[in-house]
Design a protein around this ligand. Structure first.
Ligand code: ATP
Length: 309
């Protein structure tokens, strides 16, 4: 999936401004940004639900909106506020949606619907009317619709929104399972931890603009915290840091009295200082640099992320 120069203007507001994205096949691509940063508008444009003011989109290698009708059956989508007929049961909603899918075989419909309900954990509530569903159950029903057939691409807008912790874990496990089967997944979230747990790639939005995109590993590497210890006792320092679980750099002839290592976010520098002293390392200097992924994203967007979940 690709977007180039994608822009949506509402009145005077540029909800999405010159967005260029490349989502590689097979990726689990996280679309991260605070509320109001333009994620939903982007997703609606990608799915042909709203026309861009300018810019171009291709889905599964086909230019949109020209190839929409042929590509959409291979795309499963869950967009904000899952719709549905409120006075039909969850199962009957899916039966209607399945019947509306091009080329769906009526003879196997009941089986498909039952299996989609099962995958999202809604079997027990299948006969209940959709208006009586909780937000989390509606979200699951929307996901079940996206799973009625095997999709090449799944586009999910805040897929764990409204789910309790157990439901959140289940939906994340389902996304991992689908990705392992080779489905490309594009999902939006305002939760950095969710993106870190699920995604191979990430793009970060702020006020309608893309502030960064790349693989999660690239962004991690760019935001890695580093520790540098200056000491005459480099061997002992190296051993003490390795014992604390740090990945220590190989010794360098250019810096004979220093030991450098990647510094995990959860390790406080004062603990390492104490460990070095306890190991009789004569510390001349100790310095930490860099930022965690979260600190980097906050710096990029100028806003805090909700890190719960
Ligand atoms: N139909 C519309 N008419 C006018 N403005 C809109 C419309 N849809 C969205 N906007 C505005 O565009 C901006 C981006 O909204 P969008 O819903 O895409 O953000 P978002 O990142 O998905 O946020 P959230 O996580 O809250 O859904 C917001 O300021 C919003 O008010």
């Amino acid at each position: 999936m690709e977007a180039s120069g994608l822009t949506k203007i509402f009145g005077k507001q540029r909800a999405v401004d010159e967005l260029t994205l490349t989502v590689p096949r097979g990726a689990v691509f996280g679309f991260l940004g605070p509320n109001g940063s333009g994620k939903t508008t982007t997703i609606r444009m990608l799915l042909g639900l709203v026309a861009p003011t300018s810019g171009s989109i291709s889905l599964l290698g086909e230019r949109m909106p020209g190839a929409l009708a042929s590509v959409l059956p291979q795309v499963g989508a869950l967009v904000e506020g899952p719709a549905g007929y409120p006075f039909l049961s969850g199962r009957d909603n899916l039966i209607r949606l399945d019947a509306a899918e091009a080329g769906s075989d009526a003879a196997t419909r009941a089986l498909r619907v039952a299996s989609a309900l099962d995958r999202v954990g809604l079997t027990h509530a299948a006969a209940k009317k959709a208006h009586a569903y909780s937000l989390g159950m509606k979200q699951r029903l929307g996901l079940a619709n996206a799973l009625l057939r095997r999709r090449e691409l799944l586009v999910l807008d805040e897929p764990t929104n409204g789910l309790d912790p157990q439901g959140t874990r289940e939906v994340r496990a389902l996304i991992r399972e689908l990705a392992a089967d080779g489905t490309t997944v594009f999902l939006s979230s305002h939760l950095l931890s969710e993106i870190e747990q699920l995604c191979t790639h990430v793009a970060v939005m702020s006020a309608g603009r893309l502030v960064t995109q790349g693989t999660l590993d690239e962004l991690r590497a760019a935001s890695e915290r580093r520790l540098v210890v200056t000491t005459p006792d480099t061997d002992a320092a190296r051993r003490a840091l390795i014992a604390r679980g740090l990945a220590v750099d190989p010794a360098s002839a250019d810096a004979p009295d220093t030991v450098a290592a990647a510094l995990p976010a959860q390790v406080p520098v004062e603990e390492l200082t104490a460990a070095l002293v306890a190991a009789d390392v004569r510390v001349r200097g100790i310095a930490a640099s860099g930022a965690t992924l979260e600190e980097r994203f906050v710096a990029l967007t100028g806003e805090g992320f909700d890190v719960a979940g």
